[in-house]
Every structure is written in C-alpha cells, then in structure tokens.
Ligand binder design. Structure first.
Ligand SMILES: NC(=O)c1ccc[n+]([C@@H]2O[C@H](COP(=O)([O-])OP(=O)(O)OC[C@H]3O[C@@H](n4cnc5c(N)ncnc54)[C@H](OP(=O)(O)O)[C@@H]3O)[C@@H](O)[C@H]2O)c1
Length: 276
C-alpha cells in the first residue's frame, strides 16, 4: 500500500516509518516541509494519492496548549481538518492518532471506545475537535486513542525520571494521575495491523493495564537498576499549566475483541524498552 505519514519526524512517526517501510511504500511528510496547517497542503497531499494517511502531526505539548489554546486548535483541530479534506479528495483512509485526554478522568475504571468524551483541558479539547472533523468529513477513518507514549530517544517520562534520578536524591512523583503507559514500537506494530483491516471505527490502542505516574516511576527505576526513594505527591502539589484527567487509563476493547489486535502489558513493554 501507499501510506503517507504526517509528523513523520516525531516519536511515533519515526517508529511507524520504520515498521511500515518494510512492507509498504511510505511517504514521509515531516515538518517543516509539510505543515498540516497550510491549506495548500490539502491539494499537495491529495496529489500524492496515498491509499492510507496516518496523521501523527500534532501539537503535543500539553502545557503549551493550556497556555495557547488557539495554537493547539490551529494544529490539532484545523490541521486535522486539512488532512481529512485531502483524504476526501483522494479517497484515502485516514488514521487519526488521538489521546486519552479526550476524557475527563472521572470514571473509576479504564475508558472504553464507547465512553463519552468530555475533555477538561485545551489539548484534549483540540484533539477531540480533530476527531470530530475526521468523523464528519470521512467514511474511511480509524480514530486511534492512545496514552503516555514513550520510546527510545523520545525524551518522555522514563527518560525524564532517569535524568532526575541522576541528579536528585529523592524524586517527587504524582500518585493520583492514572494512565496506560504505551511503548511506541508496540503501538506502531498494532497500527500496521489495523490499517490492513479496513474495519473503520474508534479504537483504544495502549499497552495493557494501567498505573499511576508514581507506580510507573518506581518500576522505571527498578528496571533501570537505579534505586532511589520516590515520594508520592498529589496533582495539586505538582504545579503545571494543564490539568490532566485523574484517570486517563484506556482499555483496548474494540481491536482486541473484533480484530485480535492486542498489546502486551505495560510492564512487559517497559522491560523491552530497557532491553532494546
Ligand atoms: N506523546 C504522548 O504521550 C501521546 C499520548 C496520546 C496521544 N498522542 C498523540 O500521538 C501522536 C504522535 O505523538 P508523538 O508522541 O509522536 O509526538 P511528537 O514526538 O511531538 O511528534 C509530533 C510531530 O508533529 C509535528 N508537528 C507539530 N506541528 C505540526 C504541524 N503544524 N504540521 C506538521 N507537523 C507538525 C512535530 O514537529 P516539530 O518537531 O517540528 O514540532 C512532530 O514531528 C499525536 O497525534 C499525539 O497527539 C501522544
């Protein structure tokens, strides 16, 4: 298949390019050469005539989005609109990567694909607006919500914990924010399976299980063999611009049940991250 990837220089875009180019013709569309907010790129993308577009481009700085919501909407909502319009023109299927932050986090158990979104921060609102455009403009779409992505060289939570552990005797980590840590290569493999199915719809693709930031940090330090005391703190004690949903855990219900696409546990994935 001919598959175009927007935001192909991001952590997920890079992993997807690696996985997909072994079996498909991949058109990598990194920024700045391909900015999804530029409406001229609607025609440009349509002319490339991909069969599938994977929309990884996004403003992912959650705190930046809280400080400048219009910037977040410009990329995550109106940029997604542009990509959806390009797919409409060339009859491509669109994979829109979305987030656990479309939920308010008040559900006591992990969110299923059918739970009602109700974002509580600008990032979540802008990503949900992107979902809305995709679902209203297209018939052939996969909306894939994921969470707490990390991978090699991504500079995300595990890297930050290890950096902090290298210079601080004690780490303060939030205990009342729950999520589903997801290893980017595992997500890329699952997406590679999903795009072959033509079973369009909404999916939650995350490593199985969930934990708090505190539990995740403890496990990272244990696996990295860097024993450090970790002090559990509350979200209220950790000052940041954005308000994350308290429970952002997702359950992969649809893809596991219908397509048998399952991701290993977050602990097994974290062990693989350290091995690889
Ligand atoms: N990271 C997470 O924990 C997480 C969790 C849930 C969902 N997601 C979603 O997963 C997807 C991939 O995230 P990621 O972790 O790979 O993020 P990432 O590493 O920040 O990659 C995002 C990419 O999008 C590019 N980009 C930003 N604005 C753009 C624009 N206007 N036009 C074109 N490209 C633009 C960025 O380029 P620059 O480097 O030039 O800014 C970057 O290459 C996103 O849709 C994100 O919302 C991420």
């Amino acid at each position: 298949m001919k598959i175009a990837i927007t935001g192909s220089d991001g952590q997920l875009g890079r992993a997807l390019t690696r996985v997909l180019e072994t079996q498909h013709q991949v058109i990598a569309l990194p920024r700045p050469e391909f900015d999804i907010t530029d409406r001229a790129n609607i025609a440009r993308l349509a002319e490339l005539a991909p069969e599938v577009v994977i929309q990884c481009a996004a403003m992912t700085d959650v705190d930046g989005a809280a400080r400048d919501p219009v910037a977040a909407f410009r990329v995550n909502a109106f940029g997604a609109q542009n990509v959806a319009l390009a797919c409409q023109r060339c009859d491509a299927a669109l994979v829109y990567i979305s987030t656990n932050e479309v939920f308010d986090g008040n559900k006591p158990t992990p969110y299923l694909e059918f739970d009602a979104p109700n974002p509580v921060n600008a990032y979540g609102k802008s990503k949900l607006a992107g979902e809305w455009y995709v679902q209203h403009l297209l018939e052939k779409f996969y909306v894939v919500r994921t969470a707490w992505l990390y991978g090699k060289g991504g500079g995300k939570f595990p890297d930050k914990i290890l950096e902090l552990a290298a210079r601080q005797p004690v780490l303060d980590v939030v205990r009342d924010e729950i999520g589903s840590p997801t290893y980017v290569p595992d997500l890329a493999d699952a997406l590679a399976q999903l795009v072959l199915t033509e079973q369009y719809g909404v999916y939650h693709l995350v490593n199985a299980g969930s934990c708090s930031r505190y539990e995740w940090a403890v496990e990272i330090l244990r696996m990295a063999d860097m024993p450090r005391p970790v002090k559990p703190i509350t979200r209220a004690e950790y000052s940041r611009a954005s308000t994350p949903p308290p429970n952002g855990a997702l359950e992969n219900f649809a893809a596991a049940t219908v397509l048998n696409i399952q991701l290993r546990s977050w602990q097994a994935a974290l062990a693989a991250y350290f091995r690889e």
